[in-house]
Design a protein around this ligand. Sequence first.
Ligand SMILES: Cc1cc2nc3c(=O)[nH]c(=O)nc-3n(C[C@H](O)[C@H](O)[C@H](O)COP(=O)(O)O)c2cc1C
Length: 284
Amino acid sequence: MKPNKISYFLALHREQDWAKAAAACDVSALELLKAVANAESEHGCALVKAGSPFQGFTVEGKKVIAQAQQLSNAMASLEQCFTASRRKRMVAPLLDRRSVSPKRLYAPAPDAEAIELMTAAALSAPDHGGLHPWRIIAFGTDQRDALAHLFEQEKRRRDPLASRDDIQRAREHATRSPALLAFVVSLKVKTQVPAREQLLAAGAALGNFMNAAHQLGFGAISLSGERCFDPIFSAQLGLTSSEYLACFISLGSITEPPAPKSKVAPSAVMSRWIPCSTAIQQPI
Ligand SMILES: Cc1cc2nc3c(=O)[nH]c(=O)nc-3n(C[C@H](O)[C@H](O)[C@H](O)COP(=O)(O)O)c2cc1C
């Protein structure tokens, strides 16, 4: 019996009525009657008791229904398996993303078109009021030495006793990554949108940026470090008083995918609301 015929029998069993079963199967009552008659001649015996309205199934018909239900349940669980694996595949690029240390980022850096796509992804993040309360500063390869000088100055301000190696390491943070960007949170003041929502929007944008980099096959990492908290350094990068330097984004090619991250179960961060009557304050 073909799968659609099985569903006809199951609908008839469920509805116990020819017209309702036909409607449930989106066919006319005549088509349903014909399909049942065909199945009966295929089987060589009556499956539905004669008479109108619907009189129920014969003993043979009840056996067919039992088999059909088993088959239908098996098909449903197979469909569930397919759906679950399709969903996992769909979110796999988000689940797989890992940060890649600048030490494991190599040339070539993502080109301007790839960085523009990452930025477009960042601009697609949830953002109350569409304020995009963030911006990105790109440092060209010809600007890295000048940036390294600022990194060195900041290191000397923070640690006047810094060794030659310390200074070298600070400078390398500006020069090592094949591509380097600064991610600036740029809170808008003339708006009703609360600062905390703007912060979340900026975080969501950064997340989208990192995910897009991963999807495009590049390695990426966001790193702040103490220099991002230095007001002189921020001013040297051109930040205003309503902005702050969230992090630097290092980007580059990777030779092998980063090791998978140990997963936190969604249940660790998801709970069902428990109404708490004592929390409801009565007006005094
Ligand atoms: C804004 C921002 C700044 C960060 N700064 C640092 C940092 O200075 N040092 C650090 O070890 N990780 C920092 N992280 C975390 C790493 O970027 C990374 O997310 C973390 O190591 C977890 O790795 P994963 O992205 O593979 O899960 C920062 C993340 C964000 C979003």
